[in-house]
Write a protein that binds this ligand. Structure first.
Ligand SMILES: Nc1ncnc2c1ncn2[C@@H]1O[C@H](COP(=O)(O)OP(=O)(O)O)[C@@H](O)[C@H]1O
Ligand SMILES: [Mg+2]
Length: 382
């Protein structure tokens, strides 16, 4: 990918994130959605910055955006534009789509699952084919990504098809209590200074980046991906064939966003935005993925545990009396020594397996600590 595009994408990422507290995950989902040209639903209570995030993303892209709050009674003309009455008098069926959804590159539909049957089919074909079938005409639409927001996941079977087409899903939770203070300070500042948002990237840049995802090598993760599908299925989390197939795009996009042309196991974490259906699935999928995937995070957690047990061993050993040592204690020390040898091997292979710089650094620290304890034990045994 051209250096210039990488820079733009990074700037876009930072700028989108900038005014929000604790919305890193949401920003990531929006980025993945935009890079893949897929549709996303943000599920969460009001006031969690869902609208603000999408509006800002569109501004930073200088995209044509159409924003609408759906109700049960929303009429097609509210979204797609009114019929041209004069044309109709002459027997022609023309919609005036100016500034309406058919002209937008980014669409934000608030309360998306309020969509009624009068508009649902039109929305579905727009999502799928980028075409509005409108009575006697077909209108090709420039839609790139549609974002929906909702308080809850839909339970009406009529909405299944719509929900299925929202490839990315994120449960937007109110920020955790340790971030409340930041939120107060930040919103205060924002209320005071009105920020002028300048575009940092264009829709055509985005389309160029989009083409790059097909150059990402996905072979290395395919077997693991299929295994994860099976595990999810066995735990009652079913992905439609559409979602299974399309997951590759998101995995590739994630690799690109991390400056890689080769997908690695860590990229499969994006399944946490694709696999959940019911609200409790979000946590469930997260847990399953963190168990099943070898991610730097997972290795770092394991290293942390090893560090703690090494520290415990040190204090255990120092509680041993100085010479003379009993036969029993000598046995114990030998045992601990052998365990440490095994742990040392485990850490060494973690460093190689992960291929991650942070894991390598932390792993080497842990190796040093283990070596120091082993030295100590050898001295005690002399
Ligand atoms: N995590 C957050 N960080 C910064 N500002 C926030 C955050 N959550 C909410 N806000 C503020 O609250 C306002 C209302 O959010 P809004 O986008 O309308 O929420 P929603 O669409 O989820 O109902 C936003 O404009 C923003 O200023
Ligand atoms: Mg809103």
């Amino acid at each position: 990918m051209k250096e210039e595009l990488i820079t733009k994408l990074n700037t876009f990422h930072q700028e989108l994130q900038k005014p929000f507290i604790g919305r890193d995950e949401e920003v990531k989902v929006i980025l993945l959605s935009l890079v893949t040209g897929e549709h996303t639903v943000l599920i969460g209570e009001p006031g969690t910055a869902k609208s603000a995030l999408i509006r800002r993303a569109a501004q930073l892209l200088n995209a044509k955006i159409f924003i609408y709050l759906l109700t049960k009674f929303t009429e097609p003309s509210e979204l797609f534009g009114p019929l041209d009455i004069n044309a109709l008098k002459q027997g022609k069926y023309i919609r005036i789509t100016k500034h309406k959804l058919p002209e937008a590159e980014i669409v934000f539909l608030d309360e998306i699952f309020k969509a009624n049957s009068a508009i649902l089919n039109s929305i579905l074909s727009i999502l799928n084919e980028r075409v509005l079938y409108d009575g006697y005409t077909e209108i090709k639409v420039p839609l790139w990504s549609l974002f929906g927001a909702s308080n809850e996941v839909p339970d009406d079977p009529e909405l299944e098809a719509l929900y299925d087409r929202m490839l990315l899903r994120q449960h937007v939770k109110p920020i955790s209590d340790e971030l409340w203070k930041d939120l107060l300070n930040y919103t205060w500042k924002l209320e005071k200074e009105v920020e002028k948002i300048e575009p940092v990237m264009s829709m055509s840049d985005l389309m160029e980046i989009n083409k790059e995802i097909f150059n990402v090598s996905l072979e290395p993760i395919k077997t693991k991906l299929i295994k994860i599908f099976a595990i999810l299925e066995s735990k009652g989390i079913h992905l439609s064939d559409r979602r299974k197939g399309k997951s590759l795009k998101v995995i590739a996009a994630n690799a690109l966003l991390n400056n890689r042309y080769k997908a690695v196991e860590e990229d499969l974490l994006v399944l946490k935005y694709i696999a959940p259906k019911d609200i409790e699935d979000f946590e469930k999928v997260n847990l399953i993925l963190s168990e099943e995937l070898k991610t730097p995070h997972k290795y770092l957690r394991e290293l942390e545990e090893i560090k703690i047990s090494v520290r415990e061993i040190v204090s255990y050993i120092s509680s041993f009396p100085r010479a003379p040592m009993s036969r029993f204690l000598e046995e114990r020390l030998n045992e601990i020594y052998r365990d440490l040898e095994a742990t040392r091997e485990r850490v060494a292979s973690m460093i190689i397996e992960s291929g991650d710089k942070t894991v390598e650094k932390v792993g080497k620290d842990v190796l040093e600590q283990i070596n120091a304890v082993m030295d100590l034990i050898r001295k005690r045994l002399e």
